[in-house]
Design a protein around this ligand. Structure first.
Ligand code: GTP
Ligand code: SPV
Ligand code: MN
Length: 625
């Protein structure tokens, strides 16, 4: 039902344009499409406009093929399972390619493990690409996705075009970014980020395809070319590997743009919190993957009179205006959230967001046509028949897991009942405080206030967390994740820290920086803090600090709440203040030594002296504890 045009691609000859008006596109975009069509040899080109009709056409095709299944319990909700070999980001196969190595990675010392980003020379990258890309879309359709990161028309927004041979990726990008044919005109002959994604399974494909999810796990490679504003991703269809607007563009490429243009691209949620007196503040918070950003951003306050509204749950772009006030936008338009642990008690606002028009990946299904994952046991019939993400029959109480630990929902942000009315404000929202935090089972108190901007940057650089299922790591261990950006760093981490330190100059009004930890455990191995909606108590304390209340005491590691200054009304019997706030000297001594060792080794000569000084002073204070 679409008019079929053909375009002549240099070495490919006639390629049918199965949808869209190729010749009506700006010349630069035509060239981009034709170049990659020639390179990847798809059987046709499908130029997306982001419309509902288009999405339905693709959904119907995927339903027919068996990649997607409808969940009849809801309106327009679909579920799919990936090849079990393609379930998370693959950090070891993710590279930054720049002419000069130390543009991308710090001048580390002997013994460095290269944990703050991997560099690949353009020559090596070319070799790897030559092995993979030519003809990689043979027999498949190439979709052209025009998208905008940030509100359409905002001076803070950036454009991208993604080429992909995955219609699952098309559907998710449509939720996660503002995908619209308008973007072609807005780009015109201007700049855009070139994103090229392929599942890497040209036809005829002789390997076994699992779950109607053709991918190429042995050959996965995710390359970033910040100097050319380009991303190339091969072999995986999962999340950050394939939804290139997200981590590849909005963090890795954008952090380069941010360095050059004087702003920040961070792995942060943005939330608006209004206290019972009606005063609203905005908080941006950086926690590593699967450490609670989505949950904090959508928090349902347990304290009366508080109101929380979400601006973003994963990525923040922030800039100081000419008055020196920090403003931030959420460049995304959807949530790609961790499913396990989400339920009507822990995160009702997330639950409400994905009752329709959403896609569930690697979760389980109930016999009555609903979704299921670990954490939903009390919200479905105990005896209901469940099909696990691997397609096995299963029931609550049986061994094993129903959903993959990194299974996720993809939901339009506009469907969140507490989406902030200003979430698409082209100016962004003012940011009053920054939070860092991770999963720290031991030693680290519920909240610490930094002594200064520089001390706060040091707390961020020292961020560590227990590993989660969001990347390929197996088992649990405490890993460094400075600024919650370890997997997403787009350039030399030492330069990045210097960039942060440099913001502290007139007329900039620096937001206060905090470190929070919801995950400390007691001797019995249970969380000392109830978390989720109760986290409002910590937010309340932070807001009162922003008001200048005298409720903090100095300690070796920063300012701590004065005993009793966090409102524990109603949960006094559930929490043990002393256990939550003690600073075991032995722990902190070895912790700071280990952190200094890590940053000295990994960031080496690029570690800003000012940051090193903060670490030294912290170590001195700990010694005197
Ligand atoms: P990414 O999307 O990977 O960047 O993760 P995220 O930081 O948005 O993490 P998310 O909010 O999805 O939380 C991940 C997991 O942590 C879920 O299983 C949550 O149930 C759990 N979690 C979130 N907040 C809390 C909390 O306050 N306490 C406890 N104990 N668990 C939490
Ligand atoms: C994360 O891992 O931090 C995510 C999921 O938010 S992904 O988009 O896969 O990076
Ligand atoms: Mn994330």
């Amino acid at each position: 039902f679409f008019e079929v045009h053909e375009i002549v691609v240099p070495h490919l000859g006639h390629v049918p344009i199965v949808k869209g008006d190729f010749t009506g596109l700006p010349k630069k975009i035509q060239q981009f499409i034709a170049f990659y069509a020639d390179y990847m040899k798809p059987r046709g080109i499908f130029i997306c406009d982001g419309s509902d009709e288009e999405a339905h056409m693709v959904i119907n095709k995927l339903l027919e093929r068996g990649t997607l299944h409808h969940l009849p319990k809801y309106e327009e909700n679909y579920i799919c399972s990936t090849d079990p070999q393609d379930v998370a980001r693959v950090e070891g196969k993710t590279f930054i390619c720049t002419k000069n190595k130390h543009t991308s990675v710090a001048r580390s010392r002997a013994g460095a493990k290269g944990g703050l980003g991997l560099w690949l020379s353009p020559e090596e990258a070319k070799k790897e690409m030559d092995e993979r890309w030519p003809g990689c879309m043979a027999g498949r359709m190439m979709y052209v996705l025009p998208f905008c990161m940030g509100p359409l028309g905002s001076p803070l927004s950036k454009y991208g075009i993604q080429l992909t041979d995955s219609n699952y990726v098309l559907l998710c990008m449509r939720i996660m970014t503002r995908m619209s044919s308008q973007v072609f005109n807005l780009i015109g002959e201007g700049d855009f980020v070139k994103c090229v994604h392929t599942m890497g399974c040209p036809r005829p494909w002789r390997k076994k395809v699992v779950n109607h999810w053709p991918c190429n796990p042995e050959k996965v490679l995710i390359l970033h070319f910040p100097e050319e504003h380009k991303v190339k991703s091969f072999g995986s269809g999962y999340g950050g590997n394939s939804l290139l607007g997200k981590k590849c563009f909005a963090l890795r490429i954008a952090s380069n743009l941010a360095r050059d243009e004087g702003w920040m691209a961070e792995h942060m949620l943005i939330m608006g919190v209004t206290n019972p007196a009606g005063k609203e503040r905005f908080i941006a918070a950086a926690f590593p993957s699967a450490c609670g950003k989505t949950n904090l951003a959508m928090l349902k306050p347990s304290l009366p009179g508080w109101k929380v509204r979400v601006v973003g749950d994963d990525i923040a772009w922030m800039r100081f205006n000419d008055k020196g006030e920090l403003y931030g936008i959420n460049p995304e338009s959807g949530f790609f959230g961790v499913a396990p642990g989400t339920n009507w008690k822990t995160n009702p606002n997330a639950m409400a967001s994905f009752q329709k028009n959403s896609i569930f990946t690697n979760v389980a299904r109930t016999a009555d046509g609903g979704y299921f994952w670990e954490g939903m046991e009390d919200e479905v019939d105990k005896d209901i028949e469940i099909t696990t993400w691997l397609g096995q029959p299963w029931k609550i109480g049986m061994p094993g897991k129903a959903a993959h630990p990194n299974s996720r929902f993809t939901a339009p942000a506009s469907q969140c009942p507490i989406i902030h009315p200003r979430w698409e404000d082209p100016e962004g929202v003012p940011i009053h405080a920054l939070l860092f935090g991770g999963r720290r089972p031991e030693g680290v108190p519920l909240v610490i206030e930094s002594r200064s901007w520089e001390h706060g940057v040091m707390l961020g650089a020292s961020l560590k967390s227990e590993t989660t299922a969001a990347a390929e790591f197996k088992g649990k261990s405490i890993m460094h994740d400075p600024m919650a950006m370890r997997p997403f760093m787009g350039y030399n981490f030492g330069h990045y820290l210097q960039h942060w330190l440099d913001f502290n100059k007139p007329p900039n009004k620096m937001p206060k920086i905090y470190h929070v930890n919801w995950f400390r455990v007691g001797k019995d191995g249970r969380f000392l803090w109830p978390g989720f909606g109760e986290n409002i108590r910590v937010i309340d304390w932070i807001c009162r600090r922003l008001d200048g209340e005298d409720i903090a005491v100095d300690s070796a590691v920063g300012m701590l709440p004065k005993k009793g200054s966090i409102d524990l009304t109603g949960i006094e019997d559930k929490v043990n203040w002393d256990e939550m706030f003690t600073l075991p000297k032995d722990y902190w001594q070895s912790d700071i030594r280990e952190t200094i060792e890590f940053l000295d080794t990994e960031v080496g000569d690029d570690l800003p002296p000012r940051l090193r000084q903060e670490l030294n002073e912290q170590e001195e204070r700990i010694k005197k504890m």
